[in-house]
Write a protein that binds this ligand. Structure first.
Ligand code: PLP
Length: 410
């Protein structure tokens, strides 16, 4: 490499490679990360940034948490994959531990979040036919406006975001969308063919939207009354992100089905799961559903460690304490450029007032100041640092965030 190339052109070269050879299905910030540790990453130029996105909450425990790396290494040296054609000595332990964490009987493992959501949809339909007695091919699942549950054809079939759907039809039938947070609309949508209500306890991709107090509790009561499954997509909200193990806990709600992913694999391996009691997950028989890599021993070894790390509640407490501190500081700043600040735990959405500039532009300026955060929709910046972030690092970031936002649009 020439001196000229070495001086600051690696980023450009790698951005050009991605531009040329990677499908343009994302619009990343122009930073090329080479290393990560805890809440911090270093780019290919040697610049450090605080990671305020944490891979959409897949990195709740930070980059390369030593316990998770150690668990991965131990398993790598022993056994990585059997498929489910044979048993292995890691998978059953993971299933037992995850079921216990969620207070349920059974686990069905997959890899990505979207696969776990698909699995939950199949579970609900099968439960509807076999247990509830819905007539064949009539099952209906109710979902919420503004939802984000993944990117498969079936899942985008019930998305309300036009950019997730345009050009991908025909879509899968069997879903009804109701406004998020509106219990009367949910009640009105349920009929005798309804088998489930699939909902995010807090909508992440929509901009960290917290529903009205009592909504989930009322949804729980309604689902019980009408004999339909309450399926909580806790892929982003779960595993400590909101200050509790599951976001449903804020309302004292226990769903029939948890859908989990992201942080379950410790930010190292994709690992997702549907967790429910035997009367629900017991509907599957051999050959009806599965995944070659789903529940592989490497992912499960990391998952076992993740679950163990959640047991003493320290990550949840850190999220609650630091999150409250960040939320209060952002609100107290009362910047005219900020229209609203919402969140729970270390999961915050900041809406910029129209005219204060786009959230994307603000994120680019934050990047120049050493903070990696991501916009969602036009005017919302979301903050979701790893739960292991240090208080002083968060204060460092806050100072810069307020500085950047106070000059937004100017
Ligand atoms: N469900 C929720 C609530 C999510 O936030 C996401 C991803 O952002 C998914 C499902 C899809 O997960 P994955 O990207 O792993 O398929």
């Amino acid at each position: 490499m020439s001196t000229e190339q070495a001086a600051g052109t690696r980023t450009e070269a790698l951005l050009a490679l991605a531009e040329q050879h990677a499908a343009h299905n994302y619009h990343p910030l122009p930073v090329v990360i080479a290393e990560g540790e805890g809440a911090w990453v270093t780019d290919v130029e040697g610049e450090r940034y605080i990671d305020m996105l944490a891979a959409y909450s897949a990195l709740n425990f930070g980059h390369r948490h030593p316990r998770l790396v150690e668990a991965a290494h131990r398993q790598l040296d022993r056994l990585t994959l059997t498929s489910r054609a044979f048993h292995n000595d890691t998978f059953p332990v993971f299933c037992r531990d995850l079921a216990a964490l969620a207070g349920k009987d059974m686990v069905l493992t997959m890899n990505t979040g979207a696969e776990a959501v698909e699995t939950a949809l199949k579970t609900a339909r099968r439960w509807g036919y076999d247990v509830k007695g819905v007539a064949p091919d009539r099952a209906k699942i109710v979902v919420a406006d503004g939802n984000f549950h993944g990117r498969t054809v079936t899942i985008v079939s019930f998305s309300t975001d036009p950019s997730a759907k345009a050009g991908f039809g025909p879509f899968t039938p069997g879903f009804e969308v109701v406004p998020y947070g509106d219990i009367d609309a949910l009640r009105g949508a349920i009929d005798d063919d309804t088998v489930a209500f699939l909902v995010e306890p807090i909508q992440g991709e929509a901009g960290v939207i917290v529903p009205p107090a009592g909504y989930l509790r009322a949804a729980r009561a309604l689902c019980t009354e009408r004999n339909i499954l309450l399926m909580a997509d806790e892929i982003q909200s779960g595993l400590g992100r909101t200050g509790t193990t599951f976001a449903c806990e804020h309302e004292g709600v226990v769903p029939d089905v948890y859908v989990l992913g992201k942080a379950l694999g410790g930010g190292i391996m994709p690992l997702s799961a549907v967790v429910a009691n035997r009367d629900v997950l017991g509907v599957f028989r051999p050959g009806e559903h599965g995944s070659t890599f789903g529940g592989n021993p490497l992912a499960c070894a990391i998952g076992i460690e993740v679950i163990d790390m959640l047991r003493d509640g320290s990550f949840q407490r850190a999220s609650a304490e630091l999150g409250t501190r960040l939320l209060e500081a952002l609100r107290a700043a009362a910047l005219p450029q900020i229209a609203a600040v919402r969140g729970r735990g270390l999961w915050i959405g900041i809406d910029l007032v129209p005219g204060a500039g786009e959230a994307r532009a603000a994120c680019e300026r934050l990047m120049e100041r050493g903070i990696l955060a991501k916009d969602t929709h036009e005017h919302t910046i979301r903050l979701a640092p790893p739960l292991c972030v240090r208080r002083e690092d968060l204060d460092w970031a806050l100072e810069r965030i307020l500085d950047v936002l106070s000059t937004s649009g100017t």
